[in-house]
Design a protein around this ligand. Structure first.
Ligand code: ZN
Length: 157
């Protein structure tokens, strides 16, 4: 899922759960649960393939996605510092994936495999035939809209 959705849902959990440690753990786990849903993501192929001369639009999309997420958290939440710690943990799996893509290492490799191959199994991927191509773009966007709506509701609890 896009960063904005992960940020909103992870921090919405953080604002709804009173126990700080539980909130952080749930924010982290929420990343994997959301990635299980059928979803669509924008293209960051140039970053993944380290095509740096073509990567600027990809990098700008990631920055815009992240900044919009933080802005929405700022507007919607009570801006308790714990919210921003939950935001960090809600994005950590993607952060570790990017880190491992740029600096491959044996410690993060299994985590990346789990994240990309096991969790993202419904993501559009022409190299697999798990039936995800039968799920329309409409539904793969709708899942993310529904998560945003649930997050807004959680912020109001
Ligand atoms: Zn992810």
């Amino acid at each position: 899922m896009i960063l904005l959705v992960h940020l909103l849902f992870g921090t919405a959990i953080g604002s709804a759960v009173n126990n700080v440690w539980l909130a952080i753990i749930l924010a982290f786990i929420s990343h994997y649960l959301l990635d299980l849903l059928p979803h669509i993501e924008y293209n960051i192929q140039n970053i993944e393939q380290k095509q740096w001369h073509k990567a600027l639009p990809d990098i700008l999309r990631v920055i815009l996605d992240f900044c919009l997420g933080i802005l929405l958290i700022f507007i919607l939440s009570k801006n308790n510092p714990i919210i921003y710690i939950c935001a960090f943990f809600a994005l950590l799996p993607d952060g570790l994936t990017v880190f491992n893509t740029l600096f491959p290492n044996k410690i993060l490799e299994p985590l990346q495999k789990f994240h990309i191959e096991k969790i993202h199994f419904l993501k559009e991927n022409p190299s697999t035939s798990s039936g995800q191509e039968k799920i329309s773009t409409f539904w793969r966007i709708s899942t993310q809209v529904v998560v945003i709506i649930i997050s807004i509701v959680l912020f109001r609890i």
